[in-house]
Design a protein. Structure first.
Length: 327
């Protein structure tokens, strides 16, 4: 027996489950957003045991539209931050190694058994060496994949007679944000500190210089959710627990009472911190925050207060006010 349901049958199914849905425009919305991507994906908040008390498809559609607008708002800012961080890291590494060779980077800027600081335990030295080998492998895989896809940034270096190696800047062009975060984590503490300083991060609570790659990992989770059109507004994409320095840095820099990365507001705060470090104008950053607030308020007006209590964090707007005042 097939479990396939036509759109009309799905509409009946929703009505039987207490969701008011009718008419051709809502039918078209259901077709466009999809029952599985739309209703199934959006009917809970963060995890499936936290159902949202929707009573109408209008509210579900408003939630999907809010999430979609949010992704559009974040996309450009994420690209700007990713590109800038890669360029700053790249320039710092090339300045440190006085070379654009990937082999010089492996040799002089990446932690390994040989260059571990005096007094490093045997275990840690081996861990460094393992990470270095993993890094070399993942970069090699990225280059091979780019060559297979005939990416001109890479084929150019292999398909010319006088080729010797792909320069480090071409490799940075093809690294995913996750690979870039991993590369940062494999660098020596000294090089990480220099990159962090060049970005402008507050290192007062970051003794081991882990902040730079941990923030990249946090942003990577968000970036991938945007790129794959996953649900973003409830931060279910979050894969990591923030470290103490990740929280302390933003509390100090943005004057916030707390940070936990459990709500989308905290990611907005992190993005604004980076935009500020990257010298984006205050006007532009504040316009970005105001656009986020406006979208959220419009969304709140389209759903019942029972829904909004779950989907919009109670102190979101007060946190945004603190954020605007700190910029």
């Amino acid at each position: 027996m097939s479990n396939y349901k036509s759109t009309d049958a799905l509409m009946r199914h929703l009505r039987n489950n207490g969701i008011a849905i009718s008419g051709s425009s809502q039918k078209q919305q259901l077709i466009n957003t999809g029952y599985f991507h739309g209703y199934k994906g959006y009917r809970f908040f963060v995890s499936s045991n936290r159902k949202i008390p929707f009573t109408s498809y209008k509210e579900i559609n408003a939630t999907i539209q809010y999430d979609t607008k949010l992704k559009s708002l974040l996309y450009g800012k994420m690209m700007l931050i990713e590109t800038a961080l890669k360029n700053i890291a790249l320039n710092t590494i090339m300045a440190e190694t006085d070379s654009n060779s990937i082999y010089d980077m492996y040799d002089k800027a990446v932690s390994s058994y040989k260059n571990a600081p005096t007094g490093t335990s045997e275990d840690i030295k081996k861990k460094f060496q393992n990470n270095k080998l993993n890094l070399q492998g993942s970069i090699q895989n990225s280059v091979a994949a780019a060559y297979r896809k005939e990416n001109p940034k890479i084929t150019h270096f292999y398909n010319t007679v006088n080729y010797n190696e792909v320069p480090i800047w071409a490799i940075f062009e093809i690294l995913t944000m996750g690979d870039f975060g991993y590369l940062l984590s494999c660098l020596t503490q000294d090089v990480r500190r220099k990159i962090s300083r060049n970005i402008g991060l507050n290192l007062s609570s970051d003794t081991n210089c882990t902040l730079v790659y941990k923030y990249v990992y946090a942003l990577k989770d968000l970036r991938n959710a945007i790129a794959h059109n996953d649900v973003v507004y409830d931060t279910r994409f979050r894969k990591m627990d923030p470290s103490r320095p990740m929280k302390q840095c933003l509390i100090l820099e943005m004057g916030l009472p707390y940070i936990n990365f459990k709500t989308i507001g905290d990611y907005i705060i992190l993005i604004c911190y980076f935009l500020e470090l990257l010298k984006v104008s205050k006007t532009e950053i504040k316009a970005f925050i105001r656009e986020f607030e406006k979208m959220t308020k419009e969304y709140e007006e389209q759903v019942s207060s029972d829904v909004a209590t779950i989907t919009v964090h109670p102190d979101l707007f007060s946190r945004m006010t603190i954020l605007k005042n700190s910029i």
